[in-house]
Design a protein around this ligand. Structure first.
Ligand SMILES: [Zn+2]
Length: 74
C-alpha cells in the first residue's frame, strides 16, 4: 500500500466497501503515514458532517454542492 493507493481507496474505506484485506492494508498505512492519516481524519469528519446535514434537511439534491461551496469557497 502506498499513498496513491491509499487515497484511491479512502472513500471506499470510509463507506466500508472494501475487502477485509484491503481495509487492513489501508489501516496500517494510515497509522504509518501521518499525511494520509490527517487526510483520512478530515474526510471522515467531512462525511459525518454531510450525513448529519442530509438527515436534518431531508437531503435536497443541491445540498452536497452547496456545502462544498461553503467549505471551500474563499
Ligand atoms: Zn500515505
Amino acid at each position: 500500500m502506498n499513498c496513491r493507493e491509499c487515497k484511491e481507496h479512502l472513500y471506499e474505506y470510509l463507506d466500508r466497501e472494501l475487502t477485509p484485506e484491503v481495509e487492513r492494508d489501508i489501516r496500517l498505512h494510515l497509522e504509518e503515514c501521518p499525511p494520509c492519516g490527517e487526510q483520512f481524519d478530515f474526510e471522515k469528519l467531512f462525511l459525518e458532517f454531510l450525513k448529519a446535514r442530509c438527515r436534518a434537511q431531508g437531503a435536497p439534491p443541491e445540498l452536497k454542492r452547496r456545502i462544498l461551496n461553503e467549505l471551500f469557497d474563499e
